[in-house]
Design a protein around this ligand. Sequence first.
Ligand SMILES: Nc1ncnc2c1ncn2[C@@H]1O[C@H](COP(=O)(O)OP(=O)(O)OP(=O)(O)O)[C@@H](O)[C@H]1O
Ligand SMILES: [Mg+2]
Length: 326
Amino acid sequence: MLLDVRDLQVEFHTREGVAKAVNGVSYSVDAGETLAVLGESGSGKSVTAQAIMGILDTPPGHITGGEIIFEGRDLLTLKEDRRRKVRGAEMAMIFQDALSSLNPVLTVGEQLGEMFTVHRGMSRKDAKARAVELMDRVRIPAATARVDQYPHQFSGGMRQRIMIAMAMALEPKLIIADEPTTALDVTVQAQVMELLAELQREYNMGLILITHDLGVVADVADKIAVMYAGRIVETAPVHDIYRAPAHPYTRGLLDSIPRLDQKGQELYAIKGLPPNLLAIPPGCAFHPRCPLAQPVCTTDEPPLYEVDPRRRSACHFWKETLDGAR
Ligand SMILES: Nc1ncnc2c1ncn2[C@@H]1O[C@H](COP(=O)(O)OP(=O)(O)OP(=O)(O)O)[C@@H](O)[C@H]1O
Ligand SMILES: [Mg+2]
């Protein structure tokens, strides 16, 4: 197992109170495997990723429990200098907004090259040659000419390719991509996603793909973890989830994917809003919005029931949900 997150807990201490942003999350990723993490805004997808990368905003964020086992070591017990090395060379993160992640006053070649001068002690000339190679690899046309240009001279899609090149530079074992294509138009989204999937296969990396768009993950993910209010509510191999979700929240997410064969029809949306993390509903946090909710759901928090050996659902009525979907 490349990465094994176990029972992770993250709290934010704010003036209004303590927000449990991540409340017992467990998931794992193997080399060569893609895990898609799904869920509405505020469900804790990014905070979990920041905890894994060691870039959580502390304060106000605090990891209050759990383990993050990466290649057999618990990252939470590593000293900061060891942690920094892991973060630089063994895992990398790609963010939604390339323009704010890249330095506007350095050329793309200088920024890519820095990965090699700083981490690998290469000369500037060699580093620039590597930068051009990387730009080729992420299929930026005319790399030799464009290596001396600045980020604002590239389109959004090309900038996101540069971010991917930066993340890939040191050939990390794990990449976390947090909504990597959300800011792009649909056709460019697909191209960038394909590129990421291709590089992931070629280098046998683990990939955590965070998105709230179930539509994009069908082709690239091996398995899915669905988050709601800081918890995992369903995990399963990707095709099982598409065939028949075992949690009503997943069902709602699936039903809200726009479908080409139903153009013009009004899109289904899950009614209501995700809960305020300072006042998470008792029982199942999803019960106020759930079409299947029963009295027990308002009082008893569902554990992650085993649906089958590769699949879990935190719904008291997972069987009914599964049967209803089939
Ligand atoms: N810097 C912060 N200060 C206080 N609370 C925070 C901070 N960052 C995150 N949170 C809390 O953690 C919750 C989860 O945030 P997170 O960014 O992980 O959501 P997300 O699932 O990534 O959502 P999105 O899809 O919008 O990116 C937020 O709703 C918020 O309550
Ligand atoms: Mg996020």
